[in-house]
Structure formats: C-alpha cells, structure tokens
Design a protein around this ligand. Sequence first.
Ligand SMILES: [Zn+2]
Length: 153
Amino acid sequence: MEKKEMLVSKIRNGTVIDRIPAGKALKFVNLMGLDREQHTLTIGMYVKSTKLGLKDIVKVHDRTLTKTELDALGIFAPGVTISTIEDYNVRSKVVLEVPDEIEEVLKCNNPTCVTNYREPVKTKFKVIQKSPLLVRCYYCDRVMLEENVMSQI
Ligand SMILES: [Zn+2]
C-alpha cells in the first residue's frame, strides 16, 4: 500500500478535492455547506505533499460538486484539483482556476446592496482581475479587493 493511501483512504464513488491550502479544509467544507448534508466526508489535514509541502484533502462520498461550488473553490484557492471517482477509479480530473464570475458564494460588502436586504436575491460578482483578485457586484457596482473576499472564509 502506498503511504498516501494509508493517510486518506480511497472512496468508491464521489469527489476528491485535493491540494487545498493546508489548514483550510474545514473552512471549505463549511463554505460549501457540505457539513450540513448527509454525505460522508473524509478529511485529511496537513498531509505531506512533495510539491506543496503541506496540503489538505477533502473526499465527498457519493456526490459531485455543482458549478457554484467549483467556482467558490476556484476563487478562494485556484490550483485545487477536483477528481470525480467512479468505482474507485478517477473518471475525470480538473485543476480549478479563478472563474470569470461568481454567484451565491460571496456576500456584497455594501450594506445597502439589494442582495443584503431583499431575500432571496442571490449575489453575483464579475471578476475584473484575477491576481490580485478584484470583483465587482452586478447589482451595486461595489468593487471588492482580494482581502475583502478572503476575509469571508
Ligand atoms: Zn452589491
């Protein structure tokens, strides 16, 4: 058995979220609402990686991720890899990038923005610059900096 597999066991079906920045796994789980679902999660934190030093891994059993969830991961941690597992085999694998727009996940910083007082208006932001991150609210044009975005997780 490989060392890696002893640390974080294989799953039969589901999604493997790998290369999460070390120590952030639980924040991502909360962010995506995975903790409130009835899906088994296998979480590896501070896993040794030859490329990254330390990283976190989350395995979501019997579930794939929605586009909104993938965008969220891409915006908070580009470089995260998503593998879809079927019958213990990797069916597909993608490396996430910062998306062009992001819905639902972020909150607008402007207290008078329609998304902050009228339910259920979902937030929507246009990514105007990827590094450092700069996003603009579709509803009120408020621009948020990378530090504003990162402070939300
Ligand atoms: Zn807004």
